[in-house]
Write a protein that binds this ligand. Structure first.
Ligand SMILES: CC(C)(COP(=O)(O)OP(=O)(O)OC[C@H]1O[C@@H](n2cnc3c(N)ncnc32)[C@H](O)[C@@H]1OP(=O)(O)O)[C@@H](O)C(=O)NCCC(=O)NCCS
Length: 267
């Protein structure tokens, strides 16, 4: 915003050639910036395991809950895991979407298996090396369903992607879903903190996500507990008249001034 204003005021005092040169430089800068952003996204996707950087994030042992985390990707899901994801989505989200659910379910089914979909799976039980090997095989679709029983059941997952929003590289959380029996034990907060770390490590400008307005607990969780803000991209900010009718809000947490100005608070 600032640089645009600066260029506008400069151009009033200089000739046409200079204006053209300035336009070319600006265009070159814009293209270079776009390229740099695409490189960041590409680099983030090259990382095979986004939670490998710290063993601290492979387990969650708190509030009577003992679970293990594993990373995965959309194009490597086994049939069992796909079914699990669909069932949990239906159980947790159908009520919030109401009559929109049938359409939404189809969209989510497609999104689930996209090659750019990245996952963190949460599985109850055994914290040993055997667990890690077998779970990786299961998630990669290389083994039978019995592995689930051997290692304790899945209890939730996060689906996220690295995308560009308003010329900013962001980590977008497509889904954060926990089974009701493991909710309210700090796991959601832990997973969101991990997601924010992954975003930071991969030099994203923000974490973004979409929440149904009906989903009051999730809205409270993100805004009051995790300190997310309603994004300038959310329907209620883009056009408050239309926003009232919209069933969702887009939330974000930004990590630098440019992302804040673009996605959160244009000033
Ligand atoms: C929304 C969700 C991810 C939150 O995860 P969670 O593990 O249940 O939440 P946490 O236990 O980490 O709670 C974080 C905070 O919310 C509070 N909280 C937990 N359960 C609560 C409840 N039932 N009512 C009010 N506050 C609650 C906790 O006290 C905690 O606050 P604190 O850090 O000050 O103690 C999880 O409940 C869920 O999967 N819900 C169903 C699917 C869904 O709605 N996903 C979001 C779609 S956008």
């Amino acid at each position: 915003m600032e640089s645009k204003r600066l260029h506008a005021s400069c151009s009033r005092n200089i000739g046409n050639d200079s204006v053209n040169k300035l336009k070319m430089v600006t265009r070159r800068e814009i293209l270079a910036k776009k390229k740099a952003i695409q490189e960041l996204i590409k680099a983030a996707y090259v990382v095979k395991d986004h939670i490998a950087f710290s063993p601290l994030f492979h387990h969650y042992d708190r509030n009577g809950l003992s679970v293990n985390l594993e990373s995965g990707r959309g194009d490597k899901l086994s049939v069992t895991v796909k079914n699990y994801i669909q069932n949990l989505l239906k159980q947790n989200m159908e009520g919030h979407y109401g009559s929109e659910w049938l359409v939404e379910e189809k969209v989510k089914r497609r999104e689930m298996v996209a090659p750019e979909a990245r996952y963190i799976f949460v599985q109850e039980g055994i914290a040993n090396t055997n667990f890690n090997k077998k779970t990786m095989e299961l998630i990669a679709g290389k083994t039978s369903t019995s592995c689930l029983e051997n290692n304790g059941p899945l209890v939730g997952f996060v689906h996220y992607r690295f995308i560009v929003e308003e010329d900013m590289p962001v980590l977008y959380v497509y889904e954060l879903q926990l089974e009701p029996r493991v909710q309210g034990k700090g796991l959601g907060k832990f997973l969101m903190q991990l997601i924010e770390l992954i975003a930071h490590k991969n030099r994203m400008g923000a974490v973004m996500l979409t929440v149904q307005k009906e989903n009051l607990f999730a809205m409270n969780f993100y805004i009051n507990k995790m300190r997310y803000n309603i994004s300038t991209m959310s329907p209620s900010k883009v056009n408050p008249m239309i926003g009232i009718e919209s069933s969702y809000e887009i939330l974000c947490k930004t990590f630098n001034e440019e992302a804040k100005t673009t996605l959160e608070d244009p000033g």
